[in-house]
Write a protein that binds this ligand. Structure first.
Ligand SMILES: Nc1ncnc2c1ncn2[C@@H]1O[C@H](COP(=O)(O)OP(=O)(O)OP(=O)(O)O)[C@@H](O)[C@H]1O
Length: 299
């Protein structure tokens, strides 16, 4: 008889309150092994805060976060505070913190395509090379859950595609769960199983079924790019006020945007337009005017 194991991590209505306001609230999500969940949302919308709750770095002030017992997590943060004047070779950097077996480190560098950089100085790496090294470090620890905060930061478009390919390959070979924070509102990996759009709360979530399919996009970046990346657009029509309350299309103001509030009668945009796989996670009566920008095109 098989016993279904719980997800790697489950957030249920989780929120973090600091300095008199909710940084993010009402986040419900679960990550299973082999699944890629992507968080998108504007700057300050609570993506990193949500990731930190999933990691256990931040405890929720409401709701719950449950992680599997003995969960092994690797985290690649958004910005790494390293003294770049310090001479440090990639091989040494791979094993700088934590217990990483040298053979595992070599194998991770092979699989992420940076083995040839083992003797290079970290400070001389390009943005794309550095991100690959960061991924290699994370992979070498053989995590059950890999949390990547904006992994394509500082990487050009071609490099982004290559990195997304690599992340997909890591998921396919290691079968770890991946929580990925996307820096780009408009583009998420097509390999993403679920997109969760935050704006202080979960605006919407769903399976990405649309990939960049416009003629201009394909002409610029080619069919391969269209197969790797998806574009989402949607409209929100409520505004989050600085004090955490929510102003709705009809001008009314409520304390929050939680399920069952019955206030999602949207008729104005609230600051970010992007499309999404439309499968509202957080309410029954949510009627964001979401739509898919295009349909999936595999090259
Ligand atoms: N410890 C803290 N105390 C008070 N406010 C905080 C704290 N940490 C984060 N914030 C605020 O919480 C909000 C959400 O921050 P978070 O880093 O989660 O956003 P984000 O979506 O990851 O943003 P970005 O895309 O800019 O990285 C921001 O307005 C931030 O300034």
């Amino acid at each position: 008889m098989s016993h279904a194991r719980p997800p790697l991590v489950t957030l249920d209505n989780a929120g973090v309150h600091r300095a008199g306001r909710w940084l993010v609230r009402g986040v419900t999500l679960a990550i299973e092994p082999g699944e890629i969940v992507t968080l998108i949302g504007p700057n300050g919308s609570g993506k990193s805060t949500t990731a930190k709750m999933a990691l256990g770095i931040l405890k929720p002030d409401e709701g719950t976060v449950v992680r599997r017992a003995d969960l092994k997590v690797s985290y690649v943060p958004q910005l790494l505070a390293v003294d770049w004047t310090m001479p440090l070779k990639v091989r040494r950097f791979m094993r700088l913190t934590g217990h990483v077996d040298p053979a595992e480190a070599e194998s991770a560098m092979q699989s992420t395509g940076v083995a040839h950089l083992a003797d290079a100085e970290v400070r001389t790496l390009s943005g794309g090379e550095f991100q690959r090294v960061m991924l290699a470090r994370a992979v070498a620890r053989k995590p059950d859950l890999l949390v990547l905060d904006e992994p394509v930061q500082g990487v050009d478009f071609t490099g982004e595609i290559a990195l997304y390919d690599l992340i997909k390959r890591i998921r396919d070979t290691m079968r770890c769960g991946i929580l990925l924070i996307s820096h780009d509102l408009h583009v998420v990996m097509a390999a993403t199983d679920r997109v969760i759009c935050l704006n202080g709360h979960v605006c919407c979530s769903g399976t990405p079924t649309a990939v960049a399919s416009s003629a201009e996009y394909k002409a610029l970046f080619g069919g391969r790019a269209a197969a790797t990346l998806a574009v989402y657009e949607h409209h929100h029509d409520h505004t989050h006020l600085p004090d955490g309350r929510v102003r709705h299309g009809d001008g009314s103001i409520t304390e929050n945007c939680h399920p069952g509030d019955g206030h999602h009668n949207h008729d104005h945009a609230h600051g970010h337009d992007h499309a999404h796989g439309h499968d509202h996670a957080h309410d029954q009566d949510h009627d964001d005017q979401g739509y898919l920008a295009g349909s999936r095109t595999d090259a």
